[in-house]
Design a protein around this ligand. Sequence first.
Ligand code: BTN
Length: 235
Amino acid sequence: MGLLFHKDTVKSTNTSVKEYYDLLDKNDYIALYSDVQEAGRGRLGRTWESLSDDNIYLSIMMKRKIENINFLTIIAGVSVCEVLEDIEGLEPKIKWPNDIFVNGKKLSGILTECSYSGSTLSYFVIGIGVNLNNESFKDFQDIATSVYKETKKKYDKVEIIKKIIDQLNKNIDKYGNKEFDIQAYEKRIFHLKREVYFEGEKVLTKGIDDIGNLIVENQKGEELKLTFSEISIKL
Ligand code: BTN
């Protein structure tokens, strides 16, 4: 059981959801979505364009026990993909570690933040942005897309939000029962067995290991395991 809250405007749902922390004692999750974010945050200190109320800005806070926190990112990426795959005509794919792309443009991004008490994970927040019904972008026209731009149809925002929350819970349960298969993630990555760039050097992506690292081979034939690093791809 969990709770879903809505706000018209916040700075960032990843920050505001924490105001409900006390409610986590009696709930499996607390989720918050906002129509607009004044200071939407992306990975690696970037910003996330969040001014269109046509899109999804959602954060889900949980206290679940997760053995390997790499899997939060992996489970979130798979869950969002699974929901979007149900939309007719949409073929979402994952770019390491958890960007969701359609036809070479970014459709969704995920920002996972963990809070520790000492070395123990006390709670985490999974923040999900999905470009849903917007018809254009202010700054990212060339690199971003939306479900509307891809399918020419508009979708019920709250319905998609509820499906994402549901899928995320199901997959976290699966992970807890040791039934989550890393294959679900690997098979959705669009750049496997392809040359990409890591720290400015060409590397070949070889696969995902069973603890969620991306395995790449550099020009010297050495294998590297990447945990959260950024790779770039010439599309
Ligand atoms: C990225 O691709 O860099 C991650 C983007 C994550 C954006 C979402 S929108 C909801 C939540 N609140 C934020 O401030 N960021 C995340």
